[in-house]
Ligand binder design. Structure first.
Ligand code: HEC
Length: 245
């Protein structure tokens, strides 16, 4: 009798512990990932890749790390310079190195069309988020450094002390909010507030999309994948429960 009572108590404790763990955010395991794969099963998104590559020099502005995400997010949204839309978009494809180089004169920022259309205020057009002075300075520096197709891996990639404010927000601002902000954000998804980001975390789509898992919509659209450093930061933040810290 006593043994049965002890066994039941232990069983109850185990059940309670398991219930307590249910509140952790789960990475999606089965269906419900990509919106374009109705009815099919979506496999588990891959873990983040290992962090490799040459270290970043603080004085260099790198194409893959800074310029490509900046121009993809602010200029290559649907209907603009993504190489497939109408208007003059086909002539100015701003989510590839080759396309960007058509309006860049290496070593000569002030003689580059990319700089002049931003400086004179004609691009991005009204209604779109403007390029900040700091971002324009990065573009000019990259051009004056030779407009190289270069990349680096930050040796100070801190994937442990991740916070929403200091780790996640800057990644989204550099890579995503050019499209995912404003009155009609891409896909109807705004990524400028914690509440809105959390929705895309909880439904599993943000990780599925940025990890380029099959069955999801690869993000950023048209651009290169996020760096291994950024992917590890996002992954760890999600594993910690995606806190608003
Ligand atoms: C060039 C524009 C553009 C950029 C940059 C971009 N997105 Fe998207 N995003 C879209 C479009 C368009 C959709 C609608 C789905 C589609 O057509 O692929 C979308 C949809 C989404 C969705 C909704 C779920 C889904 O898959 O439909 C999420 C989440 C998302 N993007 C996350 C991101 C993140 C995170 C980044 C930055 C790492 C990013 N996006 C960068 C254009 C963009």
């Amino acid at each position: 009798m006593k043994a049965t009572y002890v066994a039941l108590t232990i069983f109850a404790i185990i059940v309670l512990i398991n219930l307590g763990c249910r509140h952790e955010i789960q990475f999606p395991k089965t269906s419900g990932g990509g919106s374009d794969t109705s009815g099919t099963t979506t496999p588990t998104p891959p873990p983040p890749p290992p962090i490799t590559g040459s270290a970043c020099s603080p004085d260099t502005v790198y194409f893959t790390n800074v310029i490509l995400p900046l121009l993809t997010s602010n200029c290559a949204m649907s209907g603009c310079h993504n190489g497939t839309s109408g208007g003059d978009a086909g002539d100015y494809t701003l989510n590839t190195y080759a396309g960007i180089m058509k309006i860049v004169s290496p070593g000569n920022a002030s003689g580059s069309k990319l700089v002049s259309v931003i400086s004179n205020g004609s691009m991005p057009p009204k209604g779109h988020t403007a390029i900040t002075t700091a971002q324009l300075t990065q573009i000019k520096t990259w051009i004056n450094q030779g407009a190289l197709n270069n990349t680096c891996t930050s040796s100070s990639c801190d994937t442990t002390n991740v916070t929403y404010a200091n780790s996640i927000t800057p990644i989204l601002q550099s890579n995503c909010t050019g499209c995912h902000s404003g009155g009609s954000p891409s896909g109807g998804v705004d990524l400028t507030t914690y509440a809105n980001v959390l929705i895309q975390i909880n439904n599993g789509k943000l990780w599925g999309d940025v990890s380029h898992a099959s069955g999801y919509n690869a993000m950023p659209v048209g651009g290169a994948s996020l760096s291994a450093c950024d992917l590890n930061i996002i992954n760890n933040w999600i594993k910690k429960g995606a806190p608003n810290n």
